[in-house]
Design a protein around this ligand. Structure first.
Ligand SMILES: *[C@@H]1O[C@H](CO)[C@@H](O)[C@H](O)[C@H]1NC(C)=O
Ligand SMILES: *[C@@H]1O[C@H](CO)[C@@H](O)[C@H](O)[C@H]1NC(C)=O
Ligand SMILES: *[C@@H]1O[C@H](CO)[C@@H](O)[C@H](O)[C@H]1NC(C)=O
Ligand SMILES: *[C@@H]1O[C@H](CO)[C@@H](O)[C@H](O)[C@H]1NC(C)=O
Ligand SMILES: *[C@@H]1O[C@H](CO)[C@@H](O)[C@H](O)[C@H]1NC(C)=O
Ligand SMILES: *[C@@H]1O[C@H](CO)[C@@H](O)[C@H](O)[C@H]1NC(C)=O
Ligand SMILES: *[C@@H]1O[C@H](CO)[C@@H](O)[C@H](O)[C@H]1NC(C)=O
Ligand SMILES: *[C@@H]1O[C@H](CO)[C@@H](O)[C@H](O)[C@H]1NC(C)=O
Ligand SMILES: *[C@@H]1O[C@H](CO)[C@@H](O)[C@H](O)[C@H]1NC(C)=O
Ligand SMILES: *[C@@H]1O[C@H](CO)[C@@H](O)[C@H](O)[C@H]1NC(C)=O
Ligand SMILES: *[C@@H]1O[C@H](CO)[C@@H](O)[C@H](O)[C@H]1NC(C)=O
Ligand SMILES: *[C@@H]1O[C@H](CO)[C@@H](O)[C@H](O)[C@H]1NC(C)=O
Length: 742
């Protein structure tokens, strides 16, 4: 015992003479640095600052490392206090909440700095003219609020720079492509993504002989891919998604034999894929969706046996898909061929890709049946087959029911003319255990809503729009514990609005965080463009809650129980035969953004209480038998006249007939919904059959589960894509209309 204690003393002694006491000036500097930060405390109290947490000193007692990542540090970083740490080589303050601008003075003094990581803070300001330290190797300023251009002189001295990450800021100007040319020939990693860089990518990267990772996605880059990038033969990753790059993918790309990731999605690239693409045998991720690429998939691709994701959707590729032998892609997890012009039979070789999680074939001309072998894909979670020429819907459904991992299934606009799978065998069958989203819109289904749906305890979204479904809405629908999105529009559904639907748990009770379905689509799904908001989305829980029963033959009152659906964002009951009054209780639906009750036989007044629906963005009660004054001094009045027209006895602003006078003689009797058989807006049918998968709105309702950051990122994301996607969508819609007609 005593011996041990002596040994311990001896040991401590040896340590303490080896590590000198820290320099007093440095100690003061550190304390002054700490004093500017708010909690939690750093506990820097002992005399020897070299022993403090996060500090390392060299043999002479100079502070060389200051490493305090993720320490919850808050406050205005005061670089002047760090200025006296003249021997600092490593500074890592990432993942804190530091703000303030990065003073050039600080950078000027730290001429020994090798590693500087300030990522994930709230720092702002422009970069200085040049990096101070000739020794700098790693510089990470990502995920802050830095702005301005990166001066070309910035790298002037940084001849040892290997890694430069400025992603997720708001930098502007050109991407400094000349970095290797004049200054930093050893750069391995360059990340410029998620900024506002613009213009062409200038030549220069070809000189980066060590470059492995080049990312500049989510910017405003235009022009062609620089010719010399194909000279940087060590490249393993090129990621430039979401820009406006055009031109072709050069054949020279096959010189980049180390390439593992090629992401050029969401650009305007055209032409064919390089014939010898197969030479890129290390390729794992080939992601070129949403471009204008064309031609067949080069046969050589089969030599890319390491492919994990093959995402070619939303281009103009064609050719017989069954010619491609997928059996060599033993690692493949995601296959996205949506909205191209592929023909041929469903490639049976796909059934051998054991790890497949997602197959998206919507919008091609693929034929054939889904075979039982698909069940060997044990991880298959996302399957969209719509708008093809598949046959045997009943057989397909019976097979897919056993697909245990299936979470998203879309058959929209496929199997046309075959009718609903009505087989009794399906009722007892315990299938589709994990199905979250089922889209069978536009599949010409007939008969009633089938009972087997009542067993889908995980079902969140059910879309059966644009079919010929008859019979009533079954009351058991209200028992599905996770259902939050129902679209039964454009059918021949009759009967009343079942009261039971008003107790849908997911629309009545706010889910606690742990109950929110964390499911993410394996491939993005595309949302309604009518709101000009959201285009592609992965997170299931972000789809707004919705009940759309429009364009059916539903009769009776709108039940007063509807007021229980507190979490409902969208209620569309238009073009039915609802009668009675608009229940006051609708005003309990505080999250409502869309309320469309038009083209029914509703009578009475517009309840005054509707004025409390502050999120309402779309409101329509036109073509009913409503009467009395439109509630004054409320936001209801701010809606367009068209929201109220066709109600003979309704009066007051925004309608032109004044209350109290002229009652009853208001022009023609427009209370006749047959006047206009065409839906007013572009029917959603086209939008979701074309663009994808689920129709919905996000908006405020989405924010129930979205954190603020996400929304910010999201809005930036959209600004870029909007126009071009809109053009594309319109284009596709026209094609689709043509296809539907023929
Ligand atoms: C300082 O000490 C307190 C109490 O021991 C502890 O909770 C806290 O995590 C310490 N702070 C740091 C930065 O280690
Ligand atoms: C840095 O050192 C100078 C002189 O060596 C001193 O005047 C100044 O107060 C020090 N700054 C800090 C923050 O300790
Ligand atoms: C900074 O610290 C974080 C957390 O330990 C670490 O993940 C990161 O790699 C460090 N940065 C550098 C450049 O070493
Ligand atoms: C660059 O790194 C090399 C090797 O690590 C080193 O010898 C050289 O001194 C460094 N250059 C500068 C300017 O620090
Ligand atoms: C750059 O930093 C971001 C975090 O801000 C990180 O997500 C990204 O992976 C980094 N880039 C590279 C190439 O490591
Ligand atoms: C972007 O930066 C912000 C602010 O630092 C951060 O909160 C966010 O997580 C970053 N986003 C990504 C994708 O890294
Ligand atoms: C690529 O490298 C070759 C050989 O080093 C050189 O001749 C050629 O000019 C380079 N290409 C470009 C576009 O820089
Ligand atoms: C590609 O590689 C071939 C043969 O290895 C070579 O002749 C050609 O110059 C290379 N092209 C580029 C752009 O480096
Ligand atoms: C695939 O690779 C093999 C062997 O490396 C080669 O013989 C064959 O020509 C390649 N196939 C294609 C289509 O490029
Ligand atoms: C798709 O292919 C068909 C023939 O198979 C052709 O007539 C049509 O023009 C192609 N469509 C597009 C958009 O390329
Ligand atoms: C439909 O598919 C099922 C299951 O694969 C099969 O048993 C049945 O014969 C098929 N029906 C037709 C009409 O092809
Ligand atoms: C829908 O099915 C009916 C009969 O079941 C058929 O007459 C009609 O042509 C089908 N419509 C389409 C578009 O296939």
């Amino acid at each position: 015992m005593a011996q041990g204690f002596l040994l311990f003393l001896l040991f401590s002694y040896i340590i303490s003479i080896n590590i000198h006491a820290c320099n007093q000036i440095e100690r003061c500097s550190l304390l002054s640095f700490a004093s500017t930060l708010s909690s939690p405390p750093l506990n820097w109290t002992s005399l020897h600052c070299c022993h403090w947490k996060g500090i390392t000193c060299d043999q002479d007692g100079w502070v060389t490392h200051l490493l305090l990542p993720s320490k919850g540090l808050k406050g205005d970083i005061s670089p002047s206090s760090l200025r006296n740490l003249t021997h600092l080589t490593h500074l890592n303050l990432s993942h804190n909440s530091l703000y303030g601008s990065l003073e050039t003075q600080f950078l000027l003094s730290s001429n020994r700095l090798e590693i500087l990581d300030l990522s994930y803070n709230h720092l702002y300001g422009e970069l200085s003219l040049s990096l101070p330290s000739r020794k700098i190797r790693i510089l990470d300023l990502s995920s802050n609020h830095f702005f301005g251009a990166i001066p070309s002189s910035f790298f002037q001295q940084a001849s040892n720079l290997t890694s430069f990450n400025v992603s997720n800021n708001t930098f502007t100007g050109y991407v400094p492509s000349s970095i290797c040319l004049n200054y930093s020939p050893f750069v391995r990693l360059l990340d410029f993504s998620s900024n506002e860089f613009g213009g062409n990518l200038a030549l220069g990267l070809g000189e980066c002989f060590e470059l492995q990772v080049f990312r500049a996605g989510h910017n405003n880059l235009s022009g062609l891919l620089p010719e010399d990038i194909y000279n940087a033969t060590k490249l393993e990753e090129i990621a430039l998604p979401m820009n406006s790059l055009r031109g072709v993918i050069s054949d020279k790309i096959v010189n980049l034999t180390n390439l593992k990731i090629l992401d050029l999605s969401l650009n305007q690239l055209s032409g064919k894929l390089p014939l010898n693409l197969g030479k890129l045998s290390k390729l794992k991720f080939l992601t070129v969706y949403l471009n204008n690429l064309e031609g067949t998939i080069p046969a050589s691709l089969r030599n890319c046996t390491n492919l994990v994701e093959l995402r070619l959707g939303f281009n103009n590729f064609d050719g017989d898909i069954s010619m491609l032998n997928f059996s060599k892609f033993s690692q493949l997890t995601k296959l996205d061929l949506r909205y191209n012009n592929f023909t041929g039979m469903f490639p049976v070789s796909l059934y051998t890709c054991m790890y497949l999680k997602a197959i998206a074939l919507t919008g091609n001309h693929i034929e054939g049946e889904i075979k039982i072998e698909i069940l060997s894909l044990k991880s298959l979670s996302f399957l969209t087959l719509g708008h093809n020429r598949f046959t045997n819907l009943t057989g397909t459904m019976k097979i897919l029911m056993s697909c245990k991992s299936l979470q998203t299934l879309s058959l929209v606009g496929s199997f046309v003319g075959e009718g609903m799978p009505f087989d009794d065998g399906m009722v007892d069958f315990d299938g589709f255990q994990n199905l979250r989203a089922l889209n069978m819109a536009g599949t010409n289904l007939t008969g009633e809503i089938p009972v087997w749906l009542s067993k889908l305890k995980n079902l969140g979204a059910l879309i059966l729009a644009f079919n010929q479904i008859t019979g009533p809405i079954p009351s058991w629908l209200g028992n599905l514990p996770r259902l939050f999105f129902i679209n039964l529009s454009y059918n021949q559904i009759s009967g009343e609005f079942p009261k039971q639907l008003c107790r849908l748990p997911r629309l009545v009770y706010e889910p606690i965080a742990s109950q929110v379905d964390q499911y993410e689509f394996e491939l993005p799904v595309y949302n309604s463009i009518t709101t000009n908001q959201n285009v592609q989305q992965y997170r299931f829980s972000l789809f707004a809650t919705s009940i759309d029963l429009s364009n059916n033959n539903i009769v009776g009152d709108i039940p007063t129980e509807i007021g229980q659906l507190h979490l409902l964002c969208q209620l569309a009951l238009h073009s039915n035969n609802f009668s009675g009054v608009i229940p006051d209780q609708i005003s309990n639906l505080k999250n409502l953004e869309v309320l469309d009750l038009s083209m029914n036989h509703l009578s009475g007044r517009i309840p005054l209480s509707l004025a409390s629906l502050t999120f309402l963005k779309t409101f329509n009660v036109s073509y009913n038998n409503l009467g009395g004054p439109i509630p004054t001094s409320t936001q209801i009045q701010t809606f367009n006249t068209s929201a109220f027209e066709g109600n003979l006895k309704l009066c007051g602003a925004p309608l032109s007939n004044k209350c109290g006078s002229n009652k009853g003689i208001y022009e023609d009797d427009t209370n006749n919904k047959d006047l206009d058989n065409e839906p007013h807006q572009l029917p959603w049918f086209y939008i979701f059959t074309v663009l994808g998968f689920i129709v919905g709105f996000w908006g405020v309702c989405g924010s129930l589960v979205v954190n603020k950051t996400w929304r910010c990122v999201y809005f930036r994301f959209i600004d870029n894509i909007q126009d071009r996607l809109y053009v594309m969508v319109t284009m596709r819609i026209n094609t689709m209309k043509r296809r539907l007609r023929s």
